[in-house]
Write a protein that binds this ligand. Sequence first.
Ligand code: UD1
Length: 387
Amino acid sequence: MKIISVVGARPNFMKVAPFIHTIHTFNEQQVTSNPERVTHILVHTGQHYDDRMSKAFFEALNIPDADINLGIGSGSHAEQVGQSMIALEKVFETEKPDWVVVYGDVNATLAASVTAKKLHIRVCHVEAGLRSGDLKMPEEINRLVTDRLSDLLLTPDRLSIENLKLEGVSDSRIRFVGNIMIDTLEANREKAEQLSIQHIIKKNLIVLKPFSPINENQHFALMTLHRPSNVDHKDVLEPLVHFLSNEIAGKLNIIWAVHPRTEKQLKTFNLWDKVLSTPGIYLVHPLDYHSMLKLNMHARIMLTDSGGLQEECTVLGTPCLTMRWNTERPITLREHGGASVLVGNNIDRIRKEFNETLNKNRNPERPELWDGKTAERCLQAILGYKL
Ligand code: UD1
């Protein structure tokens, strides 16, 4: 069997890693028992191209170099998807895979699923069925189209199965496999724990400045922000920066891992120098996988608009303020047993929840089948697929 996995952006890399490792193990077993092997081809669209956004993850997670890199890079959504489709069509026509496997909700996911289906190639979507209900999010459009077209829908939780059923998807296309990203978290926990927090900060600080000791005892908040709704508008980003500088940084150190989009916008809105010079705010480059995991394990609180971090916070028990008005991952919310609460970008709400959440204890939760073995179930679902 020949499988092509298509990835494009940072959150894909921790999902494809365990799938590739599982195929490798499967092939080793087949050598002795059964000659059926899986040929796997990894295609990277190149949407994320910085070393820190891409190469660092391939190296840290032992992902082999992409067999094919399409070099698409930055651009509008139509440019990214359109150029990826043109290039993927050639790859799929040449390689003639039995399956194209896509992950999550990035532009590569959409481009690959549409292109494969037009060539009558089977599509498997890992992380199917998530819905925010918010069509202003590009990722929601990517999820809807990908799930509509996919032959095999592998869901991370039971809420996602319900979403798919409400859209009329038949049971025969759905398999509940769990969360593949947690495979990566479990496989890398020990290695991350060995890192030093001081060293991570020193190594990644954007501008060197003295910092008061930040130790293992949860003396810092960890923050990431990249969604257009939070970073593309001055009237949203500016009050947030003022709130962090004036009300939080004096009480608790903030380690802010700055996404390239956010760095660009902070500079455009003349906020960059203010953030850089505020004592107690430490701007760091996008972090490698193990550094982020280590900081997440020891943060007092997480502030983020990332879906993946919401999930990791749930398993690690890190109290999390999710800076969005909705989430496609309700299983991470406190009302479903998770560690996260939605705060949007309203400062009063963030302040209130921040103060209430600060004193919450860590409460790790493990949703059903978030057990580190999801990749095996993904491969078995593909191998066992019957029309
Ligand atoms: C993408 C995904 C989003 C995911 C996020 C995680 C889609 C629709 N969005 O959003 O789901 O949560 O990645 O990071 O696919 N840039 C660089 N270097 C890079 C990559 C990007 O400088 O390696 C810059 C680009 O020039 C662009 C900005 O960052 O201006 C945003 O990148 P883009 O790939 O358009 O989307 P993300 O916001 O990263």
